[in-house]
Design a protein around this ligand. Structure first.
Ligand SMILES: [Zn+2]
Length: 358
């Protein structure tokens, strides 16, 4: 099985405690990941992502500025210089850069922003201040459509609780970029359908599967618009999530002779149909109870090579996202993996941009 992943692997991220990068990659490739896209969340992070991508044929990078970091535009020598250097990073990265992002909208700003000079005029809950922040975020999100338009690269998009603002901005700028994924999707069914109608892809990770409402939306994503990711080091599937009960069930694809006449089914379809309920005694485990299903982890101060670090998600758990999706959508796991693989390839790795040596 081959699946692509699209999230951060940058070792200087605060959740990386130990230099076990090689082992992290080994685990990722073991579950069938062919390539990994390392997300850049700022100019310096994008440059770092490219640097890491250059160390391994299977690694790629994005270039962009996350909505919670757009203050960097203003605190650079000047915003245009920051933008010009993002363009330069894309050019220097060559075929290693496969998307613009992560960019988008998010109401959150790290508390440190309030210490910055241009915001000292206002208390953080001041209405005028909030308006100013919103304007700033919109301006620099807009700027990254320029970047996508200039570079002709697809977009890796982020949206968190912004009401209709995000979709409005996408609509206004949709003609300027070729394609893209709205990653870590946690929106409503209506929002998902609106984005799909704008010919965008929906990226699902552990955070997108936390609640029953999330699951109901994920179930409805048209398969030709579905992507999966881990958002590591964040967004792992936790025991408290609605998705967790679907992790330890063997998918039982719905038999639809018309649609799936060529389907081979999974190897484990001989298992009993699992009961879909928390704490169910009829839960059926996979034949190969592999590490991705029940990953062992140790606290950072008790780090043990070969095991995960507690609280730090890794690319290989993408297999869990696939398992949950296959279960809630009643789809064959392998078939679903191929579908998301093709979707991801279509957007981020079209033949014209592929590096012949990769
Ligand atoms: Zn995000």
């Amino acid at each position: 099985m081959i699946v692509l992943n699209q999230k951060s692997l940058i070792p200087n991220s605060f959740l990386f405690y130990t230099d076990d990068f090689k082992l992290v990659l080994e685990r990722a490739m073991k579950v069938g990941l062919e390539s990994i896209i390392i997300t850049g969340g700022s100019l310096s992070e994008s440059e770092k992502a490219i640097q890491i991508a250059n160390t391994n044929d299977r690694l790629y990078a994005t270039v962009g500025c996350h909505p919670t970091r757009v203050n960097e535009f203003d605190h650079y020598s000047d915003p245009q210089a920051y933008y010009d250097n993002l363009v330069k990073a894309v050019k220097n990265g060559g075929s290693k850069v496969v998307a613009i992002g992560e960019c988008g909208l998010d109401p959150y700003f790290p508390p440190t922003i309030f210490q910055l000079k241009d915001f000292q005029l206002f208390p953080s809950n001041n209405h005028k201040h909030q308006k100013l922040l919103k304007k700033k975020k919109n301006r620099y999100f807009e700027k990254q459509f320029d970047l996508a338009e200039t570079t002709r690269l697809p977009m890796f998009l982020h949206n968190r609780n912004t009401g209709s603002d995000f979709v409005t901005m996408i609509k206004q700028n949709r003609h300027r970029f070729t394609s893209g994924v709205v990653h870590s999707f946690t929106g409503s069914l209506e929002e998902m359908l609106e984005l799909v109608n704008l010919d965008l892809y929906i990226g699902i990770n552990g955070c997108s599967l936390k609640t029953e409402e999330n699951l109901a939306v994920a179930k409805q994503i048209p398969e030709n618009r579905l992507m999966i990711e881990t958002d590591c080091p964040y967004c792992d599937i936790k025991k408290t999530h609605a998705s967790y009960k679907y992790l330890h069930m063997v998918p039982q694809p719905q038999v639809n002779l018309e649609e799936h006449s060529g389907s081979q089914g999974t190897n484990d379809t001989t298992s009993n149909t699992p009961e879909k309920g928390k704490g169910s005694k009829d839960v059926v485990f996979d034949d190969n109870d592999e590490m991705w299903l029940n990953p062992l982890s140790k606290l950072k101060n008790k780090y043990q090579p070969g095991l995960m670090v507690k609280g730090r998600n890794e690319p290989f758990t993408i297999r869990q996202v696939l398992r949950v999706l296959a279960n809630i959508r009643n789809q064959d796991e392998t078939q679903l993996a191929h579908i998301v693989y093709e979707n991801t390839k279509r957007v981020f790795f079209p033949l014209s941009r592929q590096n012949p040596s990769a």
